[in-house]
Design a protein around this ligand. Structure first.
Ligand SMILES: Nc1ncnc2c1ncn2[C@@H]1O[C@H](COP(=O)(O)OP(=O)(O)OP(=O)(O)O)[C@@H](O)[C@H]1O
Length: 273
């Protein structure tokens, strides 16, 4: 397996303000507390993986960071400002699980449309064209640039969404399961692209996945379970700390430990009752 950590030598000084700083971050959806008092930082110039089982709160956390989630409490600073500030919009790229592209436009037309929003005006025409061409190349869709988005495969459509997010050279890229449904070669190429974006552009990437082998490609991991952070560490440190061969084994061990701890707590509560 390729590990991007070696190639991901960041230009960002270690004491730089983190891209995201959360303290006591909670979110209530319906009557449920879906995120429960989370504390974490997301550094610049690195890929942070957000991993955990379906329903643990990954998308909710990502929506909170990009400012589209209601009922967020606690402190959540993004690029030094409160999450959701209007000035952050052009500095963040966000790709949701459902590709948001216009089916009746070609790949290039989709990107030109979004580029006009990001870089309006006649004077920016050349920059728009260059950014569109670069973003299409980044996601390896040059051969499909003139195909209608509606005629693309699911994986190709998600790559168009990713290209849109890359248009404005964002400082923070938030990618919700960007490799779902992609073949192994494309997955490898996309992870290599993520590594380059972090290393060369100094961007912070927050990438969610429930495929544990992708964790090995991140510099840091936030492992989540049931709205809480189970671990916040590098893959190497996680494996070493739990005596596991893989991040998946480390995660399972941490889940078992958390369950055992919860069972002990409830036993001692029953004894004192
Ligand atoms: N309107 C709602 N009312 C109550 N609970 C909700 C509501 N919407 C979502 N939830 C719950 O919030 C939790 C977190 O959902 P979220 O989409 O963030 O999970 P996820 O980790 O991204 O899952 P997946 O990997 O399947 O996308 C889930 O358990 C879900 O059932």
């Amino acid at each position: 397996m390729t590990n991007n950590q070696g190639s991901e030598r960041s230009q960002v000084p270690p004491d730089a303000v983190p891209a995201v700083r959360a303290r006591g971050l909670s979110v209530v959806r319906g009557s449920r507390t879906v995120l429960d008092g989370l504390d974490f930082d997301i550094p610049r110039g690195r890929i942070t993986g957000l991993l955990g089982p379906s329903g643990c709160g990954k998308s909710t956390l990502m929506r909170s960071v990009v400012g589209t989630q209601a009922k967020v409490t606690g402190t959540l600073e993004v690029l030094g400002r409160p999450a959701g500030s209007a000035g952050l919009r052009s500095r963040i790229g966000y790709v949701t699980q459902d590709p948001s592209v216009y089916d009746d436009l070609t790949v290039r037309q989709n990107l030109e449309y979004f580029a006009t929003v990001l870089l309006p005006g006649r004077a920016a025409a050349r920059d728009r064209r260059d950014n569109v061409t670069r973003a299409i190349e980044d996601v390896d869709l040059t051969g499909h640039a003139d195909a209608l988005a509606g005629n693309l495969s699911g994986g190709q459509r998600s790559r168009v969404s990713l290209a849109v997010a890359l248009l404005g050279t964002p400082e923070l890229l938030v990618l919700d399961e960007p490799t779902v449904g992609l073949d192994p070669v494309l997955r490898r190429d996309l992870w290599a692209l993520f590594g380059r974006i972090a290393a060369e552009r100094g961007a912070a990437l927050l990438v969610s996945s429930h495929v544990m082998d992708e964790a090995e490609r991140c510099s840091r991991l936030l492992l989540m379970r049931e709205g809480r952070i189970l671990a916040d560490d590098s893959p190497d440190a996680l494996r070493a700390r739990t005596g596991s061969a893989t991040v998946e084994d480390a995660f399972l061990r941490l889940v078992d430990d958390a369950r055992a701890h919860a069972a002990t707590r409830s036993d001692s509560r029953e004894e004192t009752a």
